[in-house]
Design a protein around this ligand. Sequence first.
Ligand code: UDP
Length: 421
Amino acid sequence: MLPRVAIGRPNASVRANVDRYRLLVGDGLMDEVTRLARELSGVRICHVNSTAYGGGVAELLSRYLPLVQGFGISAEWRLIHGAPEFFTITKSFHNALQGAHYDLPESAQTLYLSVNEESAQLLDANYDVIVVHDPQPAAIRHFAGRRNAKWIWRCHIDSSAADLQVVDFLAPYIDEYDALVFTMPAFLLPRLDQARASFIAPAIDPFATKNIDLPIELCRRAISDSGIDLERPLLLQVSRFDPWKDPLGVVEAYRIVKREISGVQLALIGAMAGDDPEGWRLLDLVQEESARDPDLFVFTNVAGIGSMEVNVFQRGCDVVVQKSIREGFGLVVSEALWKEKPVVAGRAGGIPMQFPEGFDEYLVDGVEECARRITHLLHHLGERGRFGRAGRERVRSQFLLPRLARDELKLISEVVNGKTG
Ligand code: UDP
């Protein structure tokens, strides 16, 4: 029988070749990361989260850790596993932190705490800094005790309108951390010591399979093989099937666009995350829509869609849509902009900061507006090109992995040296 709780170790030690980033981000930033890494030499860092695949945190850690290891940092990744009921509860926490109401039952509190307690017992004690991501393992600090380590809680969620019942429950556990990191000031949770908070935005890896340059002809051929006609326009949303990503709203917007541009097609690509039971229900709904419409395509990682396919579709489509209602950051937005694709996206959470200056009109607040902005871009090839080029430059200067490494290592250095926490 599988243990009820386990703590795994994905990608034990892979070092990225850091020099290749120099040409993209410049010597100044790379030298700063090198200096910080030297300062932190011998400091053992551990990142803890709850899923190794599906979703932005897993994506981020899988690329971030090899990068900092490439700079000589000792960094490990540990994963807490719990039974499916645990993830149903933590998904409700996630939703509540994003603003959904949740009547937190006693039984949920008990199970959440017991999985955190057992995970804490399984976590080795030999780290100097432990970075815990998101609410799933947030109480692990409480049960582990200090252990001579510094503890950082890193929240990736758009918690700008969090449900206070869940905040009240989690706050005493989060309050035990030495430092807190949110993506932007608007996400800072109430009830916490604001002086311990920092703000760091995530980033993408230009050398990940998902983002590496690919010949456009290859992308077009691969997309055509999946039954899509690239003589006609293609819209794309790549997202977990999650109500906050509003895939049904994307379908609605696409239907409105279709009234004017009848040949338009829509591809929805959605990874099913291990810690996201809600996703399967939403997948059924979009698959029903797709069964009735030969121009609406739904692909999942279950059917073999991986990073390379995401890359291919992001490069080969005409307009990327990210119609989020709440969004912690939305790595997919930077991924698309990096590939010089125009993006029509919900004006939510971490999305606007990724947009290049002068293109805010493509941040939308509803289905009708989303459809109008998509239609406009489909009619204006030149605008698509300008938007894409400005987007790539914005991502190059702000949202590539070395900038994230600099900001995080700087914070860790401050925490270790007692300037924060
Ligand atoms: N992703 C993927 N396949 C999919 C759907 C998503 O590889 O079918 C990736 C996507 O490319 C991005 C990450 O998962 O790198 C999602 O991160 P984001 O910040 O956009 O959203 P989250 O899922 O964390 O809310």
